[in-house]
Every structure is written in C-alpha cells, then in structure tokens.
Design a protein around this ligand. Structure first.
Ligand code: MHF
Ligand code: KIV
Ligand code: MG
Length: 270
C-alpha cells in the first residue's frame, strides 16, 4: 500500500507479545479526538472508551445510565484522532448481560465505530458471552474485581477479593474468562498479592487499576490522572499533572512511569 493515501491504517498493537517481552502496557481511557491525538503522540498503547464517561463527561454518579450510542459516538471520535493505539470499547450496562446474542448484536456498532476489542464486566457468569463474541471474530477484554456496573450489588466502590473466598472466586473468574477466549483482562481494586497470583496464573496480559504493579499493564481514567475529575479520588489515582506544565507532558510522564514500573507505587495499592 502506498503511503500517500489520506487515511492511515491503524497499527496492530501486539499485547500478547508485550507481555511475553516483559514490556508494560500503558492504557488510558479516552473519549474524544483531541485527547486521542495527544495519547497517540505520547505512545499510549491502548485507549479505552470507558463507560466512566458517564461520570467524567456526563456528570452522573454512576456508569449505569450510559448508552450503547454514547459509547459508539465517543469511540468514533477517539478513532478519528489516533492511529497507533489499540482501541477498546466498553460495553455499557444492559447492552450485553442478557445473552451472548444480545452482546454480539450490541458489539457490532462498537466495532463498526472502530473498536478493535470490546470489554465486558464479569467473570465465570459471562464466560459463554466471551466465548460467543470471540468465536464470531470480536476480541474480548474481561473485567473482574470491582465491577462498577454492579455497584448496587457490591454496595459501593469497594476493594474486592480481600478475604480468602473472594480471592479464590476472583482467580476462578479470571481463569474462566481466559478459557473462554478473552485476550486481555482488567483487574480493578484488588489486593497486590491477589493481582500477582492472578497474573502469574494467566497467560493473557492483565491490566491493573488499583491492582498494584504486579500486572502486565495499567489503566487510569484520563481525567483522574490529569486531576480534572470532580469528587473524591480513589487511592489508586496519581496526579500526573504534578510537576508538568502541559497535558501532553502529563501523558508522557504516565507512559514513562508505567513502562519503568514506578507507577503504581505502594501508596496506590490495597
Ligand atoms: N473518574 C472515575 N475514575 C474511576 O476510576 C472510575 C470512574 N470514574 N467510574 C467508574 C469506576 C468507579 N471507580 C471507583 C470509584 C471509587 C473508588 C474508591 O474510592 N475506592 C476506595 C476503596 C475503599 C475500600 O474498599 O477500601 C478507595 O479508597 O480507593 C474505587 C473505584 C473506578 N471507576
Ligand atoms: C476504569 C476502566 C477499567 C473502565 O472500565 C472505565 O473507564 O469505564
Ligand atoms: Mg468501565
């Protein structure tokens, strides 16, 4: 293919190879083209169009009212602003829990918007859905631990897997997702020792948020690391604007800190 065409094809980021090579994966949430361009320039590996957009963009107090159309719209915006990062779209509450068929039907507009992978919250109970999407050509990222779409069942945004039975269940959930074909998994708000056990038990890369450096990579909500989100921040957030004068600099600092293992530190862990 000649290089003078106006549209550049998106790069394929090989996350399995990064894990195998011991290169940390730097992931951020992103919701629009301008920030996507900054993240691309800073060499962020993966951009997640998270349903956290319901909180940081829409001002809601949970992610539960975010729609499929919202995520599809923001995915298309991020895709237009970037070329190198892998694009993962979060499937919102109610768009995939009903059945594998419902999940596939609703993953389609996200893939059509440019998502290369979709993320679904859940472990063993969502394994059949992961198997169905994967077998139909859609790569899946699992998400276990603190799953914000279950906030009412959990009873708040609480650390998960703290007791032995919770830890055993979480490991089984992660293994079930891998066995069903997930190629990536987010571990959210779990103790460091459990994150280490899950990561060493899995062959696929793990991405931590509040899950210590014992993961193959890290993710944060962009607005949290830029210190522009409202409300109380979780323990796992670090303000990367500190010591920086530009947003671009803060994103570069985040990528460097993830790559060299200096983020997250013990102060960000459970
Ligand atoms: N802006 C933003 N950042 C996020 O990280 C985020 C969202 N929104 N929306 C969806 C979920 C909600 N998340 C949260 C929100 C709060 C805590 C939190 O404050 N956790 C307590 C843990 C308390 C405990 O169980 O010990 C903490 O002190 O860190 C954690 C995750 C993560 N996700
Ligand atoms: C924090 C990440 C993992 C997420 O699911 C989101 O931003 O919605
Ligand atoms: Mg989410």
């Amino acid at each position: 293919m000649s290089t003078h065409v106006a549209t550049r094809r998106r790069t394929h980021v090989d996350l399995a190879k990064m894990r195998a090579d011991g290169e940390k994966i730097a992931m951020l949430t992103c919701y629009d083209a301008s920030f996507a361009q900054l993240c691309d320039t800073a060499d962020v590996d993966v951009l997640l169009i998270g349903d956290s957009l319901g909180m940081v963009l829409q001002g809601r107090d949970s992610t539960l009212a975010v729609t499929l159309a919202d995520v599809a719209y923001h995915t298309a915006c991020v895709v237009r602003g970037s070329h190198r990062p892998m694009i993962i779209a979060d499937m919102p509450f109610g768009s995939f829990q009903e059945s594998p068929q419902q999940a596939l039907r609703n993953a389609v507009p996200l893939v059509a918007s440019g998502a290369q992978m979709v993320k679904i919250e859940g472990g063993a109970e969502m394994a059949e859905t992961t198997r169905f999407l994967s077998s139909r050509g859609i790569p899946v990222c699992g998400h276990v631990g603190l799953t914000p779409q279950s906030v009412h069942q959990i009873g708040g945004y609480r650390v998960q897997g703290r007791d032995n039975s919770g830890a055993v269940r979480l490991l089984a959930d992660a293994l079930a997702q891998q066995e069903a074909g997930a190629t990536l998994i987010v571990l959210e708000a779990i103790p460091e020792a459990l994150a280490a056990e899950v990561t060493s038990s899995l062959a696929i890369p793990t991405i931590g948020i509040g899950a210590s450096r014992e993961c193959s990579g890290q993710v944060l909500v962009l607005h949290d690391m830029l210190d522009i989100s409202t409300g109380r921040k979780a323990r796992f957030v670090r303000n990367f604007m500190a010591g920086e004068t530009t947003i671009a600099g803060a994103i570069v600092a985040y990528v460097a800190a993830v790559k060299n293992g200096s983020f997250p530190g013990p102060e960000h862990c459970y």
